[in-house]
Design a protein around this ligand. Structure first.
Ligand code: NDP
Length: 622
């Protein structure tokens, strides 16, 4: 397969149309940049709406069935009444890595409570065809070294990741105490007992010395608030509850046989749609892709992993080396080599090269920002040119071009998505920022045209900016009955993004106010698991029962976090989406979007030193 650069130059040589912007960004004159910026502004303006997150529908009442588990029946079981050492809410990567690290330090009474019917979290629910990790498996899949698993591909598919989650659960004995298909509804600190009280929707009521929460940033599916959505008479489902009984086929890469005689609409063109559209395109009689904003889709170049190569590189400590190397390369820090070498690390490599080309005197924030912008304009122009080089119909090709900075939305990488639009039975319905107009009993309406379909698939994403307790279904009560929502009334407050004052013996495992490394989310989780294990190991050695964050330490940490440059990803200049709270200033919630001001590499260094020092400054043990 030709590289992108080669294909682009080939295209120019054969004299195909060269677009205005290709010329503009080759030397990035000031006027050219202004023209592009203006185009980006206009595109953003088209999409801004005052209802922000409110435009989406919560899946409750008559829409609650969208949340049903299509993969596994709910098994009857007795309610649980006991006491455990550690309870973790959420059985995805966060719960699994924390469980693994805790069992390594000798804490064996661990209970994971999970809404799904097994471990896996995202990978339990998202079984849509083509689901695959977007970040290289070698750094994305946790505990590869500990489990001895070799990923089969540079970017493995969903079923392999789900099996890996189950492997971790088995290896670390996490199935024994786990409660599946169970939702926590009440969490309360009992000061007299120094225990957390936990209640669930399966009538469980038990206590736990420690509490961990890893409910994931994107786990509650949402539907677009399209008028008439309830009136559709055909079949419909959300991509995170893929209905294989209806479509035929199975998770992975197979054909969806039952769709051969079906007209299908998919609404949404984010990272999920980019992965499943090629499969739908191959299987459906007619496929209508309803797009509000195009994704940026760069080259994927997936390949099988060679076992003899893997054997050679998997020397002790290899995965940490890869993790650190990816993070350094991806975030523009010092790195001698690029082990992963993909679209993620390329983004930063380009910026770094531009910055390195600046004279010493010019390495000031404004010039560095300009260098970042130049690199981004160039990259996005290449991505838009890639659309032209693949999609034969010029109107469709124009519609598939993303007019925003690459990190405004989740960057996508795929080698079959754009090609799908050359398939005569696949139709792009580009709504140019407006979105679907209406849904009727028969189908989907845009611009006055009704597209009658048998099935609507919602690739409309997950709730992000909505209140935390709406997404988790509980609002923890800490010391003196204080609610977490009250503690965070003026925005999120933590020490290291992990612990909260007045909520003793508890840990929130997520990325913000910590490394905030979006390109490889599991790295954040794995590192937090190490921090938790070292705190608990320290407590076991010193026979402490309770660990609390000192209020001043929390306050100082929040001040430090807020002193940084703020939200880089999806800034307020970007096209709306969940990265930037749908383009609406999040107010105090801004605190839950930001990370350590000096970047992920500096955070991982800082926290590693903090936990290894053994002093655990900012914490109080009794
Ligand atoms: P997204 O939130 O990224 O996409 C939702 C889509 O629905 C957008 O294209 C949105 O358009 C569109 N939409 C919303 N309302 C309407 C409407 N009224 N009419 C038409 N279209 C509409 O959800 P995804 O599930 O695609 O991805 C969520 C996240 O999950 C990703 O960003 C990524 O972090 C993660 N993910 C990771 C993967 C991996 O690692 N392998 C794979 C897939 C997802 P608009 O852009 O205009 O808002």
């Amino acid at each position: 397969m030709l590289g992108l650069q080669q294909r682009l130059s080939k295209k120019t040589i054969i004299g195909k149309r060269m677009r205005l912007e290709d010329k503009m960004t080759s030397n990035l004159s000031l006027t050219a940049k202004e023209t592009l910026k203006e185009k980006y502004r206009k595109e953003r303006q088209k999409r801004l709406r005052s209802d922000g997150n409110e435009q989406y529908l919560e899946l409750k009442d008559q829409l609650a069935y969208f949340l049903d588990d299509p993969y596994q029946d709910i098994a009857e079981r007795e309610s649980v009444r006991d006491d455990v050492k550690f309870t973790f809410i959420g059985g995805g990567f966060a719960g699994l890595v924390v469980g693994a690290r805790l069992s390594e330090v000798g804490l064996n009474s661990i209970r994971i409570v999970e809404k799904g019917g097994d471990f896996g979290g995202t990978w339990y629910w998202n079984r849509y065809p083509g689901a695959q990790c977007d970040t290289a498996s070698m750094v994305y899949m946790p505990l590869l070294e500990e489990t001895g698993h070799m990923p089969t591909e540079k970017y493995v598919h969903g079923p392999e990741i789900l099996r890996h989650c189950q492997r971790i659960g088995q290896q670390y004995g996490l199935y024994k105490n786990a409660l599946f298909h169970t939702q926590v509804i009440h969490v309360e600190w009992l000061e007299d007992k120094k225990r957390w009280l936990i209640k669930t929707n399966r009538n469980d009521e038990f206590t736990s010395q420690f509490l961990g929460m890893g409910t994931g940033p994107l786990h509650v599916p949402k539907l677009p608030g399209i008028p008439g959505i309830e009136s559709f008479g055909g079949h419909s489902f959300h991509t995170s509850r893929w209905d294989y009984a209806y479509t035929g086929g199975k998770p992975g890469n197979g054909e969806l046989k039952n769709l051969r005689n079906k007209r299908v609409a998919i609404i949404g063109t984010g990272a999920t749609a980019v992965q499943c559209v090629p499969h739908l395109s191959r299987s459906c009689q007619q496929l209508f892709v309803f797009q509000r904003t195009p994704s940026s889709v760069d080259v994927r170049n997936n390949e099988a992993i060679d076992p003899s190569w893997f054997k050679k590189i998997s020397t002790p400590g290899w995965q940490q080396v890869w993790l650190d190397n990816f993070t350094a390369n991806q975030t523009g820090a010092e790195a001698s080599d690029d082990l992963v070498k993909d679209g993620w690390t390329e983004i930063s490599k380009r910026v770094r090269e531009k910055v390195m080309n600046l004279s010493k005197e010019d390495r000031i924030p404004e010039k560095m920002w300009e260098a970042y912008e130049d690199a981004d304009f160039e990259k996005m122009s290449e991505i838009r040119a890639r659309v032209d080089s693949i999609v034969s119909d010029s109107e469709t090709s124009e519609g598939l071009k993303a007019w925003y900075g690459q990190l405004c939305k989740r960057p996508c990488f795929h080698d079959a998505y754009l090609q799908s639009f050359n398939n005569p039975s696949t139709h792009l319905i580009h709504t140019d920022g407006k979105g679907v107009e209406r849904i009727t009993e028969k189908g989907v309406v845009f611009d006055g045209d009704e597209y009658s379909v048998d099935c609507i698939i919602f690739a409309s994403g997950f709730e992000v900016g909505t209140p935390l307790q709406r997404r988790t279904g509980f609002d923890p009560k800490g010391k003196s009955g204080k609610r977490l929502s009250d503690h965070w009334a003026d925005g999120m407050r933590t020490l290291h993004g992990l612990q909260v004052a007045d909520f003793p013996n508890s840990f929130i495992v997520q990325a913000t106010q910590g490394a905030n490394l979006i390109s490889n989310y599991p790295h954040n989780l794995g590192d937090s698991a190490k921090t938790i294990a070292s705190i608990i190991s320290h407590m076991i050695k010193n026979e402490s029962r309770v660990v609390e964050v000192m209020t001043e330490a929390e306050e100082k940490w929040v001040q430090l976090i807020m002193s940084g440059p703020g939200l880089m990803l999806g800034s307020q200049d970007c096209t709306p989406g969940y990265y930037n709270n749908e383009g609406i200033d999040p107010g105090p919630s801004r605190k839950s979007f930001v990370g350590y001001p000096y970047g992920p590499v500096a955070f991982f260094d800082y926290i590693s030193e903090w936990r290894n020092s053994g002093t655990f400054s900012g914490l109080h043990f009794t």
